[in-house]
Design a protein around this ligand. Structure first.
Ligand SMILES: Cc1cc2nc3c(=O)[nH]c(=O)nc-3n(C[C@H](O)[C@H](O)[C@H](O)COP(=O)(O)OP(=O)(O)OC[C@H]3O[C@@H](n4cnc5c(N)ncnc54)[C@H](O)[C@@H]3O)c2cc1C
Length: 406
């Protein structure tokens, strides 16, 4: 077996693992990243697209934001279509902050490019990954690469391997607590070769259910429809998808999305999930490995970035001063942002989806809330503050919580 050594072993080359490796490199800390998928698969995987300003600032400040600044689409607001009536939420006016639309695959592409330029190890297509010795002073990652069994001995392991990875399940069940909620609906998402017909996102609550109009570039539209968790995609030919999108997104002023060829489609389940603590011995969990939010609030990728910013800072303090104070606080500090995002994502999901509880009271109550949220300045400000996200270094549990509003 080939044995190598590094300071931090990172499992997973998604946004969390790649950004962590990048921030550690900036702090002069060595790492090895192992990823079980092929490089092209990781780069082409289409997922999130809305970046909070904190994520944008982190990318720019750490030197990987050049293309993002050139190609990212900066949005000052978004709209909610309330049963045909379009209401705009002016994020910039309400909070002084904005969001940027830039595909997760583009973020990953930029981070892989930056990693390659450093010459530090990033291994794709590793198999049979396992972590061990997590409570010891030298935990290890074992895997097969190109037919050879290898072990990386580390000071610390970062579990950045997403919801279905192996790091979280390697923690004894009696050492963690899991909080979970699975929703009775899912999203049918499509990518279409069609110029966006609105410069901003449109969330829609229609009698037939939720829909979302979004974009990835000036030529590509990203659209979603509320569907059943076990929806059969073979029952959704392209013309049926467009009929449903046009019905749910169209508004009383005649706006509708441009129609074009659908290039990709898939069904994404909706789940809220948190593991506490986000640490076991010398292994720290970050991103989807530790928490999942339903995508309505666009928080998943942004939470992953905030986690690894905290972890990189804590590891830098360990190596620079020998203090583990920030490492000891890592889980508690991350969980404050995680639970804020969980509450917001759950709320936005409940506000905008058809719940089919069978009780008409629920739909009337939901409609009253939609009217309030899109008409009251106080309610719109709360929505906007959460949607643009809190600065990445925001402390959620202070004597007086600092808000993004000045
Ligand atoms: C289908 C889908 C659609 C989504 N849409 C949105 C959206 O619209 N908006 C939004 O904000 N969020 C969305 N999300 C969530 C967002 O994409 C995630 O929050 C984000 O990817 C988290 O990054 P991560 O690095 O923590 O995890 P991931 O991106 O999941 O990265 C984990 C990496 O670990 C690798 N890995 C897994 N197991 C192993 C192993 N055993 N060994 C080595 N490597 C391993 C994986 O291949 C992957 O590359 C979506 C997620 C999914 C699954």
């Amino acid at each position: 077996m080939k044995i190598t050594r590094t300071q931090v072993g990172i499992v997973g080359a998604g946004p969390a693992g790649l950004m962590l490796g990048h921030l550690l490199h900036m702090a002069g800390i060595d790492s090895v990243i192992v990823e079980d998928r092929a490089r092209d698969y990781v780069i082409e995987r289409v997922r999130a697209g809305v970046l909070e300003q904190g994520t944008v600032d982190l990318m720019i400040d750490s030197g990987v934001g050049d293309r993002l600044q050139r190609e990212g689409l900066s949005h000052d607001g978004f709209s909610i279509n309330v049963y045909g009536k379009l209401r705009r939420i002016d994020l910039a006016a309400l909070t002084g902050r904005r969001i940027t639309v830039y595909g997760q695959n583009e973020v990953v592409k930029d981070l892989i490019g930056a990693r390659m330029a450093t010459g530090r190890a990033l291994l794709f297509e590793v198999a049979d990954v396992a972590v061990h010795g997590l409570k010891s002073s030298q935990p290890g990652i074992r895997f097969n690469h190109n037919g050879e069994l290898q072990e990386i001995r580390c000071d610390f392991i970062a579990g950045c391997d997403g919801f279905h990875g192996i790091c979280r399940p390697s923690i004894p069940e009696d050492s963690i607590r899991i909080y979970e909620r699975v929703y009775p609906f899912a999203w049918l998402g499509v990518l279409a070769s069609a110029a966006p017909s609105s410069p901003e996102l449109v969330y829609s609550r229609h009698a037939r259910g939720f829909a979302l109009f979004s974009m990835r570039s000036n030529a590509v539209t990203r659209l979603y429809l509320q569907c059943a968790p076990d929806e059969d995609l073979t029952q959704w030919p392209d013309n049926r998808i467009w009929d449903e999108l046009l019905a749910r997104l169209g508004n009383d002023d005649g706006w509708k999305p441009n129609v074009g060829p659908i290039t990709q489609k898939g069904v994404t389940g909706m789940r809220s999930f948190v593991v506490e603590p986000m640490q076991y011995g010398r292994m720290f969990l970050a991103g989807d490995a530790a928490h999942i939010v339903p995508p309505t609030g666009a928080k998943g990728l942004n939470l992953a970035m905030a986690d690894v910013w905290r972890l990189s800072r804590a590891l830098a303090e360990h190596y620079q001063s020998g203090s583990d104070a920030l490492l000891d606080r890592y889980s508690d500090d991350c969980l404050q942002r995680v639970w804020r995002a969980q509450q917001f994502s759950w709320w936005m999901t409940s506000l905008l989806h058809r719940s089919d509880t069978g009780n008409p009271f629920d739909s009337r109550r939901q409609r009253a809330e939609l009217e309030y949220v899109t008409n009251s300045l106080a309610a719109m400000t709360s929505l906007a503050e959460n949607y643009v996200g809190f600065p990445i270094a925001h402390e959620f549990a202070g004597e007086l919580e600092k808000t993004v509003l000045s």
